[in-house]
Design a protein around this ligand. Sequence first.
Ligand SMILES: NC(=O)c1ccc[n+]([C@@H]2O[C@H](COP(=O)([O-])OP(=O)(O)OC[C@H]3O[C@@H](n4cnc5c(N)ncnc54)[C@H](OP(=O)(O)O)[C@@H]3O)[C@@H](O)[C@H]2O)c1
Length: 406
Amino acid sequence: MFGFGVVGQGLYDILRTKDLNIELRKIAIRDAGKARSLPAEYFTTNAAILLEDPEINTIVELINDADAAFDIVSAALASGKNVVSANKKMIAANLETLINLQNRYGTSLLYEGAVCGSIPIIRNLEEYYDNELLHSVSGIFNGSSNYILSKIFNENTGYDAALKEAQYLGFAETDPTLDVGGFDAKYKLVIATAHAYGLLTTPGEVFNAGIQHLSGWDIQYAREKNYRIKLIPAAIRLPGNRVVLYVMPRLIRQDDFLYNVENEYNAVTVQAAFSDQQFFFGKGAGGHPTGSAVLSDITALRYSYQYEYKKFHHPDPPQLTSDYQVHVYLRYNDQAVLDALDFEEVYERLYTTGFNYVTGKISLASLIRNRELLSGPEVFIAEIGGTKTSTLVEQPGMAALEGAYG
Ligand SMILES: NC(=O)c1ccc[n+]([C@@H]2O[C@H](COP(=O)([O-])OP(=O)(O)OC[C@H]3O[C@@H](n4cnc5c(N)ncnc54)[C@H](OP(=O)(O)O)[C@@H]3O)[C@@H](O)[C@H]2O)c1
């Protein structure tokens, strides 16, 4: 095992609970001087001791450094070892290379714990929805920002205090911008999209806006209209075999399942042609919930499980598009932001001292073009959700179903 932090220790606790016939041979860590809860002989700072041991058949990678994790995982796969990882940043950034390595060396890389912690969504997208036409996959993929939003909306906690609590409880990434800026949710979305649609993208291609500039004005606006704010990644299949991807805060109505997903809980909503809407709910962060997904992957390797990436072999692969209109709420100070964004329709506008907002429709392409402007400290943008089927794209007629997989 590489890493003995929140998830590594969580996994160790689980392994101790029963006899699973798993021998934990060695734990690689970074800091040899840190106090540990296990005897010193378990630990090493020398990666080669694990990677070059012919008796180790599985590497479990649970470190908080994506670049080092990529080197470890690639070396392990290339040396014939199977790998389990929970490192969404590393996987999202290198998925194509990692798939190629698995194919080339006949090894398996599993990463259920990387997407929504304890929720078994990757194996479901890969196996269960193999032949379903998925209209959309969305949800709450980041426990830390959801925890912060819950504290703000339910307990009137300030943003900074809520973030500190999330960090203290081990839900937050080492760098909190990854959580609150929507990056972590985006990495998970990129991975989920590969298994849902057979579409390989990189995080750089996907628009993300976060909650880091949420203000009292935005909270007041949401409360007055009976909304809660959640950070939502969405993958939506459009007619013409196109897929749109983005991560944005969303104003959620009470009739949406996601409205009541609180604290570190995560949820995934799958909208499919035949099974209709399905909802997965569970803990998305923390040592034991994530450790349980990692354990499930370790034991799946016993029956030689590997992702087949079946949807990549579809003869007509989907294309990523930004040709999509989003209904948004935008708070801004500088008129230049509004001018640059080029709203296609405007429904509501308010100008007061210190608080200007507009609601209306804007193209995702314009959001992508204006990423820099939107990341400024005096701007907050959120999608305005409709009903629980807000991400439902028109029900396809039989002709459209020809694009279904399988
Ligand atoms: N925390 C969660 O709830 C959660 C949920 C899902 C996925 N994840 C993912 O799981 C991974 C681990 O997260 P975490 O929260 O457990 O991190 P963490 O608590 O910060 O622990 C990180 C561990 O990695 C070790 N480490 C860092 N660089 C290393 C290197 N080059 N070689 C060997 N060990 C190294 C650290 O060693 P030292 O102990 O010596 O510092 C530490 O033990 C991350 O990819 C994270 O995104 C976390």
